[in-house]
Design a protein around this ligand. Structure first.
Ligand code: ATP
Ligand code: MG
Length: 137
């Protein structure tokens, strides 16, 4: 059984989509095993997206991710990393398959409603970045 890390981004929280997105996660057979609402400051967001530092979209990405509260959650299931990436769809909602979260909810490439870890190694790092061991069930 595998864990992955997920964020409901500020654009989705603002539009009252937390419940809809959690429902889609649970319907897909993934279990929410830890969750909380946080409002990241710039240092927290920069650390989270360190791999993108120096890219042209980095500053706007940090501004967006700190523009309001987000939900962070740990999801568990067989092959959870790949299954949740599939549920999200491609980064750009115009390229995301029908029925994916980004096809249905994302507003743009930047305001794309959800994040998901891209490998089991990223998942472990991202979970540890937001959650203490005793917060995960
Ligand atoms: P995430 O890491 O958020 O799950 P991803 O792994 O599909 O998304 P990344 O390449 O890691 O995509 O990019 C991280 C985030 O940065 C994207 O989700 C998107 O919000 C933003 N982003 C990526 N590329 C661009 C771009 N060219 N212009 C604007 N924003 C971008
Ligand atoms: Mg990514």
């Amino acid at each position: 059984i595998q864990k992955t890390f997920s964020i409901v981004k500020p654009d989705a929280v603002k539009r009252n989509l937390i419940g809809a997105i959690y429902q889609r996660i649970e319907q897909a057979g993934l279990k929410v095993v830890a969750a909380k609402m946080i409002h990241m400051d710039a240092d927290k967001a920069k650390g989270f997206y360190a791999e993108h530092e120096g890219k042209p979209f980095f500053d706007d990405l940090v501004a967006f991710m700190t523009s309001g509260p987000v939900m962070v959650q740990v999801l568990e299931g067989e092959n959870a990393v790949a299954r949740y990436r599939e549920l999200m769809g491609k980064t750009n909602p115009e390229e995301a398959a029908c029925g994916t979260l980004r096809a249905d909810y994302a507003l743009s490439l930047r305001h794309n409603s959800v994040h998901g870890a891209d490998s089991p190694e990223s998942a472990a790092r991202e979970i540890a970045y937001f959650f203490a061991d005793d917060e995960i069930h």
